[in-house]
Write a protein that binds this ligand. Structure first.
Ligand SMILES: Cc1cc2nc3c(=O)[nH]c(=O)nc-3n(C[C@H](O)[C@H](O)[C@H](O)COP(=O)(O)OP(=O)(O)OC[C@H]3O[C@@H](n4cnc5c(N)ncnc54)[C@H](O)[C@@H]3O)c2cc1C
Ligand code: SF4
Length: 336
């Protein structure tokens, strides 16, 4: 049995209180939202916890509402809420459906959007006990000097397995981040796609002590369709082996723009711009072309426990099905 190492817990009630705690370099403090990722990782010794700063009671981090042309979602909103909220299902249904495919009902009741976007990267060589890892001499992410996925590689390529990140990038979401500077709260915004880095040991571009506080999702117009597909061995509980989102911008039955966002390849989702396909008529041939494009430009790695070549073939199939589903469905309502 894996034991959870001892750590301190702080439960601030407001954002300045939380940021103040997180900014103290002596506390070894980390934000703990639902804890469904952080706690298992602490048990594995993959994450060291000095003080867990609970976000649950921090005012202003929860809830969601439509604000003009976008939907505002607090980082502390649970995935269960996202999966069922009428505003989400009406304006950005693919996000709700992606949230509904995460893990299990119990986990979705605890898990938050902020935690899903800041999820640690996963790899078959790191999601193991400390004993197992040390028998292998560790790796770049775990007190070692060699990557076992890309031998001789300079960086860690562990995969971001978030189901909501690809679909939110497809919607063009922007995240708000807050930190503690000169005794006060300092806020900044950035496109979600820019939150991620290609180093799996530090893949979330947050400065020490910064928190993701909310996400702004632009509501798609009537000619925009967004969908998400996930493939995992089991329909429930499993992390995705493929998590892919597609945005199609249409005019007069032809493509004018869009993007394909492929997750679970490496530390950040891969974004493929579809401008080069502008003018293509919509139909089965277009869907097949998108599938081929995904196959040609994406190379799944053996960083997660499934055959990488099969995942590449499967990705092409999932992308083709995703496009076909979007072309059949009413706007922004497609899903696997
Ligand atoms: C059995 C199992 C199955 C799972 N299946 C899936 C799946 O299918 N798809 C999927 O996407 N995920 C899956 N997960 C992972 C996880 O449950 C979810 O990603 C969940 O959304 C994480 O949210 P949380 O609030 O519990 O995060 P936490 O565990 O609280 O935090 C995760 C990380 O984010 C940081 N963090 C949390 N909130 C913030 C914030 N506001 N600002 C900055 N940093 C923050 C924490 O410090 C930590 O590093 C699974 C987990 C388990 C145990
Ligand atoms: S990708 Fe390489 S460095 Fe990163 S966790 Fe896996 S084995 Fe370690």
């Amino acid at each position: 049995m894996l034991r959870l190492p001892a750590f301190d817990v702080a439960a601030p009630r407001d954002l300045p209180g939380a940021l103040h705690l997180l900014a103290d370099p002596n506390q070894g403090a980390r934000p703990l939202a639902g804890g469904t990722d952080l706690v298992p990782n602490a048990k594995l010794g993959q994450t060291r916890l000095g003080t867990a700063v609970l976000l649950r009671n921090v005012g202003g981090l929860c809830g969601l509402e439509r604000r003009g042309d976008h939907v505002w979602i607090g980082a502390g909103t649970t995935l269960a809420e996202l999966a069922t909220d009428p505003t989400i299902l009406e304006t950005c249904a693919a996000l709700g459906r992606a949230a509904a495919r995460v893990a299990s009902p119990q986990i979705r009741n605890m898990a938050t959007l902020g935690g899903n976007l800041c999820l640690d990267t996963r790899c078959r060589y790191i999601n193991q006990s400390e004993f197992w890892r040390s028998a292998l001499g560790g790796c770049l992410k775990s007190h070692g000097s060699e990557c076992h996925v890309v031998p001789g590689g300079q960086g860690c390529v562990a995969a971001l397995s978030s189901d909501t990140a690809p679909v939110l990038i497809a919607y063009g979401a922007v995240v708000e981040v807050a930190g503690w500077r000169d005794g006060q709260v300092a806020r900044r915004e950035l496109p979600l796609a820019d939150l991620y880095d290609s180093d799996g040991t530090r893949h979330v571009r947050l400065a020490p002590g910064e928190l993701l506080t909310s996400v702004r999702v632009p509501v798609p117009g009537p000619h925009v369709r967004v969908g998400h597909r996930k493939w995992a061995v089991r329909k429930s509980i499993d992390f995705p082996l493929i998590s892919v989102a597609l945005r199609l911008e249409l005019a007069g039955g032809a493509l004018v723009g869009g993007r394909l966002v492929v997750g679970v390849l490496g530390p950040r989702p891969r974004v493929l711009d579809l401008k080069g396909l502008a003018g293509r008529p919509m139909g089965a041939a277009f869907a097949a072309e998108l599938g081929r494009m995904a196959f040609d430009r994406c190379r799944p790695l053996p960083n997660i426990p499934y055959d990488a070549d099969y995942r590449r073939e499967r990705l092409a199939v999932e992308v083709r099905r995703l496009a076909l589903g979007l072309l059949d469905d009413p706007p922004h309502c497609s899903d696997a």
